[in-house]
Design a protein around this ligand. Structure first.
Ligand code: FH5
Length: 283
């Protein structure tokens, strides 16, 4: 009988802690190296009392359960978790090029080649999740990371659930990515991620989400009416995909598995993937 790989028990002393990478909603993330293997990872630390105070321990357990079982090149791996008396620790994959929203803010907006590569990779990750009856429900630049070779990594599964569902937890944070059926608190399914993908496509190419307004109520109205204005500099092919995703009726939204064949993706696919790290190495 083949001995199964023993599941290692981790503790804080298993790691050398490096620099602080950033703050998530409920915790801090540090770069860390596993002493036994030298493997670099990201260690997310959360205070138990904070999880209890924000009443998110159920959501947090779901995040661990869902993300631990996912294996996809565009989904950030969760390798394991452990806790001590007052904190919980997540051992996450380290994304070598950091946070998407910082890159987007710094660049302002992406060109068709970069944006279409990112959208195609995110569509691939969403397709993988939907086949497992999981919807992400919180797709936005803040929840995207970039790996060492420039590939996108979906992270933060705090809001993901098994379909179909109707939201029970009150929403906080930006409404910008929510489809009509969610702002109208109707039952919803995996096609909410299609709407968010449309919002993300728009934001990558324009620099801000399509229905952004200072007041929540105004954003809500623009989403409900699909009050979409696409600037003239957005290419015809990109505008076509954005319009096909930002459909009020979920069943009319462009299906994920057709995205790799959409003209905008095909036209902007490089002959070979740009592998920044390799380019630098080869000089
Ligand atoms: C919600 C949330 O956890 N946000 C972020 C904090 C850092 N974190 C990372 C996570 Cl969870 C995983 N890998 C990361 N890599 C980086 C990073 C790399 N560079 C060069 N700069 C940064 C920053 N950050 C992470 C997720």
């Amino acid at each position: 009988k083949q001995p199964s790989v023993p599941v290692r028990q981790y503790s804080l002393s298993s790691f050398e802690i490096g620099r602080k990478l950033g703050k998530g909603k409920f915790g801090k993330v540090y770069c860390a190296r596993d002493k036994a293997t030298g493997y670099v990872c990201a260690l997310k630390v959360m205070e138990k009392k904070e999880l209890i105070h924000f009443k998110v321990e159920k959501q947090f357990r779901r995040e661990i359960e869902i993300q631990s079982n996912l294996r996809h090149p565009n989904i950030l791996r969760l390798f394991g978790h452990f806790h001590d008396s007052e904190r919980v620790f997540l051992i996450l994959e380290y994304a070598g090029q950091g946070e998407m929203f910082k890159v987007l803010r710094k660049k302002g907006r992406f060109d068709d080649v970069l944006a279409s590569q990112y959208i195609c990779q995110i569509a691939s990750a969403l397709s993988y999740l939907h086949k497992k009856h999981i919807i992400h429900r919180d797709l936005k630049p803040e929840n995207l990371l970039i790996g060492l070779d420039g590939e996108v990594k979906l992270s933060d599964f705090g809001w993901s659930v098994h379909t179909p569902t109707s939201r029970r937890t009150t929403m906080c944070g930006t409404l910008d990515y929510l489809p009509p059926e969610m702002v109208e608190a109707k039952d919803h399914d995996s096609r909410v991620d299609l709407w968010a993908l449309g919002v993300l496509t728009y934001e990558f190419l324009v620099g801000n989400p399509p229905f952004e307004e200072p007041a929540h109520k105004a954003t809500y109205k623009r989403i409900s009416k699909v009050d979409l204005k696409i600037p003239p500099y957005v290419s015809v092919e990109a505008a076509d995909l954005i319009r096909r995703l930002l459909q009020h009726q979920p069943e009319r939204r462009f299906p994920l598995d057709q995205i790799p064949d959409h003209p905008w993706i095909v036209k902007n696919r490089p002959y070979w993937p740009t592998n920044n790290a390799a380019d630098k190495k080869s000089g």
